[in-house]
Design a binder for this molecule. Structure first.
Ligand SMILES: *Cc1c(COP(=O)(O)O)cnc(C)c1O
Length: 344
């Protein structure tokens, strides 16, 4: 067995690297139906070289976190939303849906089975959960597989960006795009990520934490930051790109919009945001958001020879307030009045 003993992990210095845990969930789909699914030791499995996922990329995933609260409880954040989005992704990729409550139950089972890998409350860590579905049936022509595998595995993680809440420097790319209208940008399919890696790599080589993608039609409107959604405070309003099919509809994004408008009295706007607006004084703060990135402030943005500095280490006021509220609710330090947190 290759997994790391939970006792040997330093939860206080974890980043976002791969550490094996003990147990995963597997369910197989054959002849038009899913089997019961079961917990099995984390490990490898065989796959046909002709599997649809290997040849044509028929694969989807989700990303979720289990956290430890101050009282030692184990909690998930809006897991049903992930289950629903998983099915939306599945439908777009001609893959079978998976029952929403069974999905949530299976996620809970995986958390319970790997309980000792949930980082402690006072670390910045979480048990990251990765539900995954692949078309594993063999296929030669371009058409959907006949059999599928649904897996959920878990990894203890720390902050996604080592810079954490100090903020990150980003570069806007005019060389690469991530998604085009009518494509799969709103789908959490593995196909979207391989194509974005070169853009991320080139930005990192220049010292940036990630790349900001623009819309593929006009090369003007902000889409996403790598694998996180983008927010900016413009004239005191919290603005974020609208979900028209080319950006991933983040659950963190949706939660932030609700918190800002319902709890903080901040005006929100889902609209096209031109990159030009980020270089004007009316734009005072920017951050990116997602399960992995949580809320990561953006320190500066560069496009070609233009640079906009938002903060020198201290994130903006609105960014900080939203962060404290969101994370406070997620860890049950703040009353969860929306009923978003699910105890395991
Ligand atoms: C998963 C993901 C996000 C964030 O979604 P959350 O539900 O908030 O985790 C944003 N953009 C991309 C491309 C993603 O894959």
């Amino acid at each position: 067995m290759m997994y790391m003993d939970a006792k040997d992990i330093d939860y206080y210095s974890l980043g976002f690297e791969y550490i094996e845990t003990k147990t995963m969930f597997v369910s197989d789909y054959n002849d038009g139906k899913w089997d019961e699914g079961k917990l099995v030791p984390f490990g490898k499995f065989e796959i046909s070289p002709a599997a649809c996922v290997l040849n044509y990329g028929q694969g989807i995933f989700e990303g979720m976190k289990a956290l430890r609260t101050k009282n030692g409880e184990k909690v998930l954040f809006r897991p049903k939303e992930n289950a629903k989005r998983f099915n939306e992704s599945a439908s777009r990729m001609l893959m079978p849906n998976y029952d929403v409550s069974k999905f949530v139950d299976a996620v809970k089972d995986v958390v319970r089975a790997n309980e000792e890998y949930i980082p402690p409350y006072d670390s910045a860590g979480a048990l990251y959960l990765r539900p995954l579905m692949i078309g594993n049936g063999p296929i030669v022509g371009v058409k959907p597989a006949k059999s599928y595998k649904f897996i959920i595995f878990a990894i203890p993680v720390g902050p996604y960006f080592p810079e954490g809440f100090r903020g990150i420097d980003l570069e806007i790319t005019k060389k690469y795009t991530r998604a085009a209208p009518g494509g799969t940008g709103a789908t959490k399919t593995c196909c979207n990520y391989a194509g974005s890696m070169l853009a991320g790599k080139e930005a990192k080589e220049k010292g940036f934490a990630q790349v900001i993608f623009l819309d593929a039609v006009h090369m003007e409107f902000i889409e996403e930051v790598g694998a996180a959604n983008f927010f900016a405070v413009i004239n005191g309003t919290l603005a974020t790109p609208k979900t028209t099919g080319t950006i991933l509809p983040g659950i963190t994004r949706k939660s932030i919009l609700e918190l800002a408008s319902k709890k903080m009295g901040i005006k929100i706007e889902e609209r096209d945001i031109s990159y030009k607006e980020l270089f004007e004084n009316s734009c005072s703060e920017a951050f990116c958001a997602g399960t992995a990135a949580v809320i990561t402030p953006i320190k500066s943005i560069v496009l070609e020879d233009k640079k906009r500095i938002f903060s020198e280490g201290e994130p903006g006021e609105i960014t900080r307030k939203i962060y404290e509220l969101l994370v406070g609710i997620q860890r049950l330090d703040i009353d969860d009045e929306f009923g978003w947190v699910v105890k395991i």
